[in-house]
Design a protein around this ligand. Structure first.
Ligand SMILES: *Cc1c(COP(=O)(O)O)cnc(C)c1O
Length: 394
């Protein structure tokens, strides 16, 4: 009996996430190293252009992280001291940290159970005369209710900056994410749907905003003066704002060029694996599968399943420990912002403030979902979840 159970466990540990880089990426990096141009240069320019065309935005600016893109978006929008920016509690800390960097106040608005995304009605309820911007986050790769959010923003004259760290390739009512709001920030962090190791992109349809963000990403240096004072030669530049050092490198862009080509296939495979999970868990009263709306294209960055606590004798933390014993790596997305000490101490948030976000967080487990997994790996996760449920069913 014990023996049978033992042989069912995987031989090797299945990590929560692994990037999917091929020989094309490796060759492109070697080519970059041979070229002698390592920092922002021709490969970054090409990656920017291709990403812009993929998304369908008018402009794209490559930076060294999504966090940098979010920060520059706030700076370019003129967000500063005393301003309020509305966002979701169910996100990574970077979304709100950058608001604090600008000495503005992150005002949280609870999510909807239908998609784990910020609730437009809750946004409306949080608007004050100090509100300047909204940062919706497309949780797990499922787009927010953008029509409602843009309508609220227009009515109150607010800037909308999308945190699309999970949502490269996602669509809202047939429109690609990255073309809808004033500015959109994407992530190419190692675990995201496509990676440059570290990296990010800001897209916008506003040429002037793009020029501002581009300038701010490299010390606030303007080279427009070249055109005006050509006799001064290529050594001349002017600093027009105290900018940042947020530029992408050509080594990173070398990876991005090939990752972008593979992105649609990556998403298709992630979707197939997600559907395998959902089919397997559909009839189990102990497991809730993630919600999927019908008018969007999901980018499937994360597969967030939830436990039904009344049906089990163990809690979420113990379930994760059991999965680890089954050699399955997992994660939790996310510990809501209002449960972190800084946000509690600085802004007075407390448990109980955002009940829907808490209900998701308290029972959520993110299962492995990435393209380096095999179908067999997916089945091994399914079997492990089922075994643990069988063992601890109430
Ligand atoms: C990963 C992530 C970020 C930060 O992305 P970086 O590229 O690492 O800066 C921001 N927001 C969300 C929701 C994320 O998951």
């Amino acid at each position: 009996m014990l023996k049978t159970q033992e042989t069912q466990v995987r031989d090797t540990f299945l990590p929560f996430a692994i990037p999917d880089l091929g020989d094309e990426e490796i060759q492109e990096v070697i080519d970059t190293l041979h070229s002698g141009w390592l920092s922002v240069g021709p490969k970054t320019k090409e990656f920017q252009a291709r990403f812009r065309d993929y998304v369908g935005s008018a402009e794209a600016v490559a930076v060294n992280s999504c966090t940098a893109a979010l920060h520059l978006a706030l700076v370019a929008a003129g967000i500063g001291e005393g301003d309020e920016v509305i966002t979701t509690p169910l996100t990574f800390c970077a979304t709100a940290n950058v608001i604090v960097h600008q000495r503005a106040k992150p005002v949280l608005a609870d999510i909807r159970m239908e998609d784990f995304n910020i609730d437009p009605a809750q946004i409306e309820a949080k608007i004050t005369p100090r509100t300047r911007a909204i940062i919706p986050v497309h949780m797990a790769g499922q787009p927010c209710r953008m029509d409602e959010i843009m309508e609220i923003a227009r009515r109150h004259n607010l800037v909308v900056i999308e945190d699309a760290a999970h949502a490269i390739g996602a669509e809202y009512k047939g429109r690609r994410i990255g073309t809808i709001a004033d500015m959109t920030a994407f992530s190419f962090y190692a675990t995201k749907n496509m990676t440059t190791g570290e990296g990010g992109m800001l897209t916008t349809n506003d040429t002037e905003l793009a020029a501002t963000v581009n300038r701010l990403s490299l010390h606030g240096i303007s080279r427009d003066a070249w055109a005006r004072y050509t006799e001064k030669g290529s050594w001349y530049y002017e600093v027009v704002a105290p900018g940042y050092k947020y530029n992408m490198t050509d080594m990173a862009a070398a990876l991005g060029l090939h990752q972008l080509e593979k992105l649609d296939n990556f998403i298709a495979l992630r979707e197939r694996f997600a559907n395998m999970y959902t089919e397997a868990f559909a009839e189990m009263p102990e497991i809730l599968t993630p919600p999927v709306l019908s008018d969007i294209k999901h980018a499937w960055h994360l597969y967030v399943m939830r436990l039904v606590p009344e049906t089990l004798t163990i809690d979420r933390a113990e379930f994760i420990t059991e999965l680890k014993a089954e050699k399955i790596g997992t994660s939790v997305h996310f510990i809501p912002l209002h449960l972190h000490p800084f946000y509690q101490n600085e802004f007075g948030y407390a448990r109980g403030d955002f009940p829907v976000a808490e209900a998701v967080y308290d029972n959520a487990i993110s299962l492995p979902l990435y393209t380096r997994m095999s179908e067999e790996d997916v089945y091994s996760v399914i079997k492990a979840v089922k075994r643990i449920v069988d063992r601890y069913r109430r």
